[in-house]
Design a protein around this ligand. Structure first.
Ligand code: GDP
Ligand code: MG
Length: 280
C-alpha cells in the first residue's frame, strides 16, 4: 500500500488528484490524511474580512473559486466574520467547494476591519497571503499580476488606484475620492513616504513577513492599512505598489466623517506606538 509518508512531496492538486484516485479505493483513512496534507501545503491563502456581507459574499466566493479552479497550486479561503448580524456565515458555508477549503473565523461582536484582517492573516497557512474586500472592487484575477512581483524579490505587493496604468471602471463618489487622497497624503507624511494608495483593499504578503507584521498590528479600525505598511517599512520589508483595476461598489460600510476622524487619530497613534517602541 502506498505510504502516507510520500505526501509531502506532492506539489500540485493535479498530483494529489492522481494519488487520490490511486488511494481512494484502498483506505478511507488515507484519503483523510491526504486531505489533511492538502491543507498543510497551502500555497495561497485569500483572507476576506466580512461585516454584514450576505448579499455580496456568495458572488465573490463563486468568482474566487472559479479563478482558483484554473490554478495548479493549493489554496484556501478564510472569511473573518466580524460580528455580522445578517446571514454572512450561513451563506458562506453553503457555497459548494470540493478542493479549496473555505474556513470561517468569527468574532462574537463587531471589532473592526483591522481586527478581522489581523485574525485572518495570522490564521492563514499560505506561502502567499492576499487580503481582499468582500465586494471584489479589485477583481481576483489581478493576482496574476501580483504573484510575479514576489519572484522579483518583493515581500509585499499592494494594489493601487493612484498610479499610471490604473483602470477605474466605476469611480468612488467624488467626496470619497477626495477624502481618500487627503488620507493617503497624510499617511505618506506620517508613515511610509513611497506609498501612493494606502487604502486599496487588495494586498498580498509573503509568508516570511506575516507573523512579524500582523503580530505587531494593534489598530482595529480602518487605519490598519497605514499601520501594517508602517510596520513593514520599519522592519525593512520591501513593498511594491502596482496599479490595479477597480470598480467601486455602492454599498459601502464606511461611516464617512466618523471613520475619517478616527483614522486620522489612529495615524497619530501609530507614531506614538512607534515612539514607545511597540512595533519593535
Ligand atoms: N471585519 C470587518 N470588516 C468590515 C467592517 N466594515 C467593513 N468591513 C469589510 O471591509 C471590506 C470593505 O468594506 P467596504 O464597505 O466595501 O468599504 P469601502 O470599499 O472602503 O467603502 C468588506 O469586505 C467589508 O465587509 C467591519 O466593521 N469589520
Ligand atoms: Mg468597497
Amino acid at each position: 500500500m502506498p505510504s502516507i509518508l510520500t505526501l509531502p512531496e506532492l506539489e500540485t492538486t493535479k498530483d494529489v488528484k492522481e494519488n487520490v484516485s490511486v488511494l481512494a479505493g484502498l483506505d478511507a483513512d488515507i484519503e483523510k490524511d491526504i486531505r489533511r496534507a492538502i491543507r498543510k501545503k497551502v500555497h495561497l491563502s485569500i483572507v476576506i474580512p466580512a461585516y454584514n456581507e450576505e448579499k455580496r459574499i456568495p458572488k465573490t466566493l463563486k468568482k474566487i473559486l472559479d479563478y482558483l479552479e484554473g490554478k495548479e497550486y493549493f489554496s484556501e479561503i478564510i472569511i473573518v466574520d466580524d460580528g455580522s448580524t445578517d446571514r454572512t456565515r450561513k451563506v458562506s458555508v453553503r457555497i459548494p467547494t470540493d478542493r479549496v477549503p473555505i474556513r470561517i473565523h468569527a468574532n462574537s461582536s463587531n471589532k473592526g476591519k483591522g481586527s478581522a484582517i489581523r485574525k485572518g492573516m495570522l490564521a492563514a497557512k499560505g506561502e502567499y497571503v492576499l487580503f481582499m474586500d468582500a465586494d471584489m472592487s479589485t477583481p481576483i484575477d489581478e493576482l496574476d499580476r501580483i504573484i510575479p512581483q514576489f519572484h522579483k524579490g518583493y515581500d509585499i505587493v499592494i494594489g493601487s488606484r493612484k498610479m499610471p496604468g490604473v483602470k477605474i471602471n466605476i469611480h468612488q463618489p467624488k467626496h470619497r475620492e477626495i477624502m481618500g487622497k487627503m488620507f493617503s497624503c497624510l499617511s505618506r507624511i506620517m508613515t511610509v513616504r513611497s506609498v501612493h494608495d494606502f487604502t486599496c483593499g487588495f494586498k498580498c504578503f509573503r509568508r516570511a513577513c506575516i507573523k512579524k507584521i500582523f503580530s505587531r498590528q494593534r489598530l482595529n479600525g480602518w487605519c490598519y492599512d497605514s499601520e501594517i505598511l508602517f510596520i513593514a517599512h520599519t522592519l525593512g520589508f520591501s513593498i511594491k505598489e502596482i496599479p490595479v483595476t477597480w470598480s467601486d461598489s455602492s454599498d459601502s460600510k464606511v461611516r464617512l466623517w466618523k471613520d475619517v476622524v478616527l483614522s486620522v487619530l489612529d495615524l497619530i497613534r501609530i507614531r506614538i506606538n512607534s515612539m514607545l517602541g511597540r512595533y519593535r
